[in-house]
Design a protein around this ligand. Structure first.
Ligand SMILES: [Fe+2]
Length: 280
């Protein structure tokens, strides 16, 4: 079964972190090409989970990630598919638009991943820990205590602090919520790398990834747009009969539902943003 915490060692050179490939093969291939351009090897690349979700190429996306050989944290989508659960386990409230929209892609994905993939999902760690430039780092999907908890930039700091206190770490890197951010809280850091397989509801088709820069003994984090052939992904989704609105999202950059978003993030809809780099 899934290892609770896997120690992947000590690093001094740059790390690349991204989340949410979401069955978006074109975005995932572009992320791999970008990592090669940046000369960051798979041993220094981490995915925060949810390999399989909204888009049309679930099996191919998993195969690409496994062939690439990067570190992967278990996402709620992998956990649900491995357990043959009735839904994606995203934490959407029953009856909300997000919950209703997830039915289509979850069943689509569940019918298209093979048994070997389900078994591989059961081997993924729930958390990674590592040392980076003398900082203790932990990587999870949602929060340390709940795989499907949505934590946004605007989420109350006390809530984040309670989670940080459960760990012996200086930097927590999480995923799941789909919008990147970084925040200093009580001499610790909460970082969200963003996702590559869906836009960040900012009115552009781009995904996001994060770099932890270790050059010259520094420790700095920065966020970067991933521009990829989004039209290809949208066409694949339409051809596959995925009609719940995410194919349009891939092109427009606007989410089909904002049920999970706090008020502050709703106000950011369609506004260009760029998380400020942080010196850690
Ligand atoms: Fe998730």
């Amino acid at each position: 079964m899934n290892t609770p915490v896997l120690d992947i060692g000590t690093f001094t050179e740059s790390l690349l972190i991204f989340g949410g490939p979401y069955s978006n093969l074109a975005a995932t291939q572009t992320m791999r090409d970008e990592a090669e351009r940046l000369q960051i090897p798979p041993q220094r690349i981490i995915c925060t989970g949810d390999l399989v979700a909204y888009c049309a190429r679930p099996q191919e996306t998993v195969d690409l990630i496994r062939d690439w050989g990067i570190h992967v944290v278990l996402g709620n989508c992998e956990e649900s598919l491995a357990a043959r659960a009735i839904d994606c386990g995203c934490g959407f409230e029953t009856g909300t638009a997000c919950s209703l929209l997830s039915v289509e892609w979850y069943h689509y994905a569940a019918q298209r991943i093979d048994e070997a993939t389900r078994i591989w999902f059961t081997t993924l760690p729930k958390a990674l820990k590592l040392n980076f430039q003398n900082h203790r780092v932990q990587v999870v999907h949602g929060t340390p205590t709940r795989i499907n908890q949505f934590i946004f930039a605007s989420t109350d700091q006390n809530e984040k602090l309670q989670e940080l206190k459960t760990l012996e770490c200086d930097i927590l890197i999480a995923g799941h919520c789909g919008i990147p951010f970084g925040e200093s809280i009580d001499n610790k850091y909460w970082l969200n790398a963003g996702v590559i397989g869906m836009p960040a509801n900012d009115g552009t088709p781009d995904g996001w990834y994060m770099l932890l820069d270790g050059s010259n003994g520094s420790c700095r984090t920065s966020w970067h747009r991933l521009t990829y052939p989004a039209a290809q992904t949208a066409t694949e989704m339409q051809s596959a009969g995925l009609k719940s609105g995410y194919a349009e999202t891939i092109l427009t950059g606007f989410w089909p539902s904002e049920d999970v978003l706090p008020k502050q993030e709703k106000k950011q809809r369609g506004k260009a943003f760029q998380p400020a780099p942080l010196n850690l």
